[in-house]
Design a protein around this ligand. Structure first.
Ligand SMILES: [Zn+2]
Length: 114
């Protein structure tokens, strides 16, 4: 299941960037592009399993699907959620996709050590 491997990567990335001296992770906010190929439910499930293994079962996982952004050949940049949404100005599908294929760890919230 590719979402599970992805969840492991996300936790690894967070684990190396969070200084655990300050506290434990209370919430992970992730943004998923509509063309990333990720099933949000599966990703959330994978993250929850890993966090439980890491004895942090109280972490809240917040995964949001965001819209993709593209720049049209006419110069307009716009957001869209399906591949068939063309440019709002000229209706063209000739564009450069700027985002929407990716998964972004938007933020991580830390609960301070008591
Ligand atoms: Zn256009």
């Amino acid at each position: 299941m590719h979402e599970f491997a992805l969840a492991e990567d996300i936790i690894k990335t967070i684990g190396t960037s969070v200084n655990h001296k300050f506290g434990s992770i209370s919430q992970i906010n992730i943004e998923v592009g509509p063309f990333s190929g990720v099933v949000i439910d599966s990703l959330e499930f994978g993250l929850q399993i890993i966090m439980k293994e890491k004895t942090n079962p109280t972490v809240k996982i917040n995964i949001k699907q965001v819209s993709a952004r593209a720049q049209c050949q006419c110069g307009k940049s716009y957001s869209f959620t399906t591949m068939f949404d063309g440019c709002p100005v000229c209706n063209s599908l000739q564009r450069k996709i700027i985002s929407g294929m990716d998964i972004v760890i938007n933020s991580v919230e830390i609960r301070e050590n008591q």
